[in-house]
Design a protein around this ligand. Structure first.
Ligand SMILES: *Cc1c(COP(=O)(O)O)cnc(C)c1O
Length: 430
């Protein structure tokens, strides 16, 4: 082999040797993840096995199509992987069919739109401003540009969906597809009622369970089956695995359309390393300890919500049935961007988030969104979540009193957070 073609260590050197700049950034990121309390609801901490599989030689393989019907040779091993992932997804969520190829939750939803609708058809999804997701028909998203999207909101008094108003809106807008699920909607969704409304206008029902899929898998949340025609999810939030998405259904005619919508409709070749990592995390979620994890994710989110409520914080919808806790900062006169920056300086990572009827811009917002999945994975119980809730209240109170003078409070809280996280180590020996 020509030494000019490949570095002599190409097949053997790790990233520390081969690319020290990127290695340093990754090392710093591991240190950050070890040190802070991670409350971003879209994150989790995957197992060593999932990490390993996402870095495996499967990244070299390209196929198109589905097991047994590929367009490329050499697919025998990845067919094993894909069949296992499909079987595990079905077993875990109690449905007959799964597509495990979506690169992300957004692309899973895009494929459902492609499979069930024609361009210009009417869809009804939750408004972004009420907690919905971009891919549910937002005007600037492909789902809102190619389809005639209407949006439902939540009630002003309790931040919950008004199902009677939703039924009226469905009769008025005659959607072909109704989407249930959101990115910052803490209460449980009444899937039965959604299906009734969908049936009353002859619409399909899609449930996007991206945030609470891990709770459904672990028996800590009602299942969208048998109510939904199609269910989509991400695999990296409460489900605690690979980056990517899933499409699930019980309907044999629909899975054929959904498969064709993913490939060749909206994607080319699947990311096989991520698909294998999905299989691994689905396997983990089928084990008994995942039920304990799911129950603890919910208990911890509720402990956080209760602590914040007790401290006088405005918790949207009064609590949670999911990993998500959403707080409204307007009562304290705070903005989401400044509040999340202050918490980050105190070692608590979360995200600014619009609250229902927010009048601030998306880059500012009047709220914060927290999620309990990642810190639960590292071993936090309700006591740790109550402690963290008290620290959040302390930092936000200080910020509301005097933003200029809050530095000492933030630094003192970070010291306490470091002591806490040191007691719950992650990835020892990595
Ligand atoms: C996170 C999320 C998605 C998908 O996200 P990607 O970033 O595309 O993986 C889809 N729907 C909902 C409701 C979500 O919360």
């Amino acid at each position: 082999m020509s030494p000019d073609l490949l570095h002599p260590d190409y097949f053997t050197a790790g990233v520390a040797e081969a690319d020290p700049e990127i290695a340093a950034a990754i090392g710093d990121e591991l240190a950050r993840q070890r040190e802070v309390v991670e409350l971003i609801a879209s994150e989790n901490i995957v197992s060593r096995a999932v990490l390993e599989v996402q870095g495996s030689v499967l990244t070299n393989k390209t196929v198109e199509g589905y097991p047994g019907a590929r367009y490329h040779g050499g697919a025998v091993n990845v067919d094993v992987v894909e069949r296992l992932a499909i079987a595990r997804a079905g077993a875990l969520f109690g449905c007959r069919f799964a597509n495990v190829q979506p690169h992300s939750g957004s692309q899973a939803n895009q494929a459902v739109f492609q499979a069930l609708l024609r361009p210009g058809d009417a869809v009804l999804g939750m408004a972004l401003t009420a907690g919905g997701h971009l891919s549910h028909g937002a005007s600037f998203n492909i789902s809102g540009r190619h389809f005639a999207a209407s949006h439902y909101g939540v009630r002003r008094q309790d931040g919950r969906i008004d199902y009677d108003a939703l039924a009226r809106q469905a009769r008025e807008t005659r959607p072909k597809l109704i989407v249930a699920g959101g990115s910052s909607y803490p209460p449980a969704i009444d899937f039965f009622r959604f299906r009734e409304i969908a049936d009353s206008v002859g619409a399909y029902l899609l449930v996007d369970m991206a945030h609470f899929a891990g709770l459904v898998a672990g028996g800590a949340h009602p299942s969208p089956f048998p109510h939904a025609h199609v269910v989509t999810t991400t695999t990296y939030k409460s489900l605690r695995g690979a980056r990517g998405g899933l499409i699930l259904t019980d309907d044999e005619a629909l899975i054929r359309r959904l498969d064709r919508a993913i490939f060749p409709g909206v994607q080319g070749s699947p990311a096989l390393h991520a698909m294998a990592a999905k299989a691994v995390c689905l396997g983990e979620a089928l084990k008994p300890e995942f039920r304990a994890y799911a129950a603890q994710v919910l208990a911890n989110a509720r402990a956080l919500a209760a602590t914040l409520l007790d401290a006088g914080t405005d918790v949207v919808s009064g609590g949670t049935d999911t990993p998500i806790v959403l707080i409204d900062l307007r009562r304290q006169g705070l903005k989401g961007d400044a509040a999340s920056d202050a918490l980050e300086r105190a070692g608590i990572t979360c995200n600014k988030n619009a609250v229902p009827f927010d009048t601030e811009k998306p880059a500012v917002t009047s709220g914060l969104r927290f999620g309990s999945s990642a810190a639960t994975t590292r071993g936090f119980g309700a006591a740790e979540f109550r402690f963290v809730g008290a620290k959040i209240a302390q930092v936000l109170d200080g910020l509301a009193r005097d933003p200029e003078a809050n530095g000492a409070c933030e630094a003192a809280v970070f010291a306490e957070i470091r002591e806490l996280t040191a007691r719950f180590p992650i990835y020892q020996g990595v």
